[in-house]
Design a binder for this molecule. Structure first.
Ligand code: ZN
Length: 99
């Protein structure tokens, strides 16, 4: 990236995370004007004992990961089996796995 590609105006970055700290859980929003400061702030959280909560969107248990797309597979309608929701051309990925 060249210097010309950088935006001239002041940028603002916000980072929202669901965290837990000392028995409390809640949303945390970090705002920063530079990516560098944002990353530094996130790193400081760990030192303050603030940890991200595990994402709730994931299904219980560990879903297998597609070896082609390196993404977690989704549970299929058949219990105990998973499919990859990535698209390959007009079709879905053919990878399937059993739990
Ligand atoms: Zn796949």
């Amino acid at each position: 990236m060249t210097e010309d590609a950088l935006p001239a105006g002041e940028m603002k970055y916000s980072f929202k995370a669901h965290v837990q700290a000392h028995g409390f859980a809640g949303d945390l929003i970090i705002s920063s004007t530079t990516i560098n400061d944002l990353v530094k702030s996130i790193k400081l959280l760990e030192r303050g004992g603030i940890q991200p909560t595990t994402a709730t969107s994931h299904p219980t248990g560990s879903a297998p990961v597609c070896p082609i797309h390196q993404r977690p597979m989704k549970p299929s309608r058949k219990p105990g089996s998973f499919y990859c929701s990535a698209k390959v051309g007009d079709d879905y990925c053919k990878e399937k796995a059993r739990a």
